[in-house]
Design a protein around this ligand. Structure first.
Ligand code: ACO
Length: 395
């Protein structure tokens, strides 16, 4: 399908599907009292968090991301082969490589999609939506799935009460699709300040700093475990939320009075309240669900978006704002005009499409086994049978 009416016709990137997935396991503040020296009262009053979800043995960043993406495809009523690009924003990928996005691409049966992971910590989802929107507006692709997925509880230092009480696991996803109808992603502001790399992070295999920097050694930072200077991150977050929202609105030619809803990264209720005070708006303008999920990093904005949609807080023609901030340091704000996307009406054709999607997921699983078996057989034959291989320079 070519949605351009002519060579210069504008293309817009609209959110047409959304979905979320959280693990069943719940870790309450009372549970944490048994792990570190803390209290339900301290956590609630300092952060607003009451409980968070914790990945079980069978959950992983990819499995949560897959479920969120499948739900988003159901709402968009699209087949996986219609996806051109899959981006997974995550700080807890399955591997350094292959990307979590590649795993999800295969499990969906999205055989015509490119896939990559994006590392921008808690701002990653907004970065991902902007990358996909640019590709759509440039005409390079038509449909993208952007997923924020995390298993933060697997990178926490459970002896550090300053961090382990904050984070939870989960995933959220949106489908972004090209359309000639004006609206969708209107503007965005993406920013980074790497001088704050000592404020929060998760050192991994290539970390020079961990081996040589006195700062990391003195502070006892560990490979694969999160560290954070909560106070400094708090100050940074309250400053950049207001700034970046104002900048993104300016770019879209709008002001705060045009905004119906702000979906912020869910880090701390006090950060959201401070940002509302700085912007001189009611804190009800901000979506907040961190009492039930804690900070799910790159997954927090799409999860909060899904719940806001379910609660009827997102309506046609409204302007909504996403704002994220976190490790890097990074931050990002985005203005979207919501243009009437809704799940398909139940009916025979919807059911058939849903079954076709299920068949695609099942076939993808089988294909993994078949391709691996095929590789083993080919390898066996090449080793033990005298097959004449043609050299590249032979005619
Ligand atoms: N339970 C009980 N006491 C605690 C706990 C705890 N879990 N954690 C810290 N304390 C104590 C401290 O030791 C300190 O005690 P002291 O005064 O005797 O030294 C006291 O409580 C106050 O500590 P602060 O660190 O000043 O507490 P603060 O009010 O700043 O809250 C918090 C800490 C919740 C971490 C806050 O700073 C915060 O939310 N920061 C922002 C985190 C964030 O937004 N991260 C987002 C990015 S995440 C990403 O990108 C992946």
């Amino acid at each position: 399908m070519d949605i351009r009416n002519g060579p210069s016709a504008a293309i817009y990137a609209h959110i047409v599907g959304w979905g979320m997935a959280v693990p069943d396991g719940v870790l309450s503040n009372a549970d944490l009292e048994a792990i570190v020296e803390t209290s339900d009262e301290w956590i609630r009053t300092r952060t607003g968090i009451r409980e968070r979800r914790i990945a079980g043995e069978r959950d992983s960043t990819a499995s949560l991301g897959l479920r969120a993406a499948q739900r988003a495809l159901d709402v968009a009523d699209l087949h996986p082969t219609e996806i051109d690009l899959i981006i997974v924003a995550t700080s807890t990928p399955e591997n350094i490589f292959p990307s979590t996005a590649s795993l999800i691409q295969h499990w969906l049966g999205a055989t015509k999609a490119g896939a990559f992971d994006l590392s921008a910590a808690c701002s990653g989802f907004v970065y991902g939506v902007e990358m996909a929107a640019q590709a759509i507006r440039a005409g390079g692709i038509q449909t993208a799935v952007i997923i924020g997925a995390e298993t933060m509880t697997r990178v926490l230092d459970w002896q550090d009460r300053g961090t382990c009480i904050l984070f939870g696991d989960g995933a959220g996803a949106v489908v972004l699709r090209a359309s000639p109808t004006p609206g969708g992603v209107l503007s965005s502001v993406l920013r980074s300040d790497g001088s704050g790399s000592d404020l929060l992070g998760i050192p991994t295999v290539g970390s020079e700093d961990l081996r040589h920097s006195d700062f990391h050694v003195q502070n006892g930072h560990r490979l694969g475990k999160m560290f954070m200077n909560g106070g400094e991150v708090f100050k940074f977050a309250t400053r950049v939320i207001g700034e970046s929202i104002t900048q993104a609105l300016d770019k879209a030619g709008l002001t705060l009075t045009d905004v119906s809803l702000i979906v912020p990264h869910q880090a701390n209720l006090r950060i959201i309240q401070a940002a509302a005070r700085a912007l001189k708006v009611d804190s009800d303008l901000f979506v907040s669900n961190l009492d039930r999920y804690g900070n799910t990093s790159a997954a927090s904005i799409p999860i909060a978006l899904c719940e806001a949609i379910e609660q009827g807080r997102v309506k046609d023609d409204q302007h909504i704002v996403f704002v994220g901030f976190g490790g890097g340091l990074t931050w990002a704000a985005m203005v979207i005009k919501w243009t009437g996307a809704r799940p398909p009406e139940p009916g025979a054709s919807t059911l058939i499409k849903q079954q076709r999607r299920q068949a695609s997921y099942l076939w993808a699983r089988w294909q993994t086994q078949l391709r691996r078996l095929n590789r083993r057989i080919s390898d066996f034959l090449a080793r033990f049978l005298p097959i004449q291989r043609q050299k590249p320079d032979q005619d």
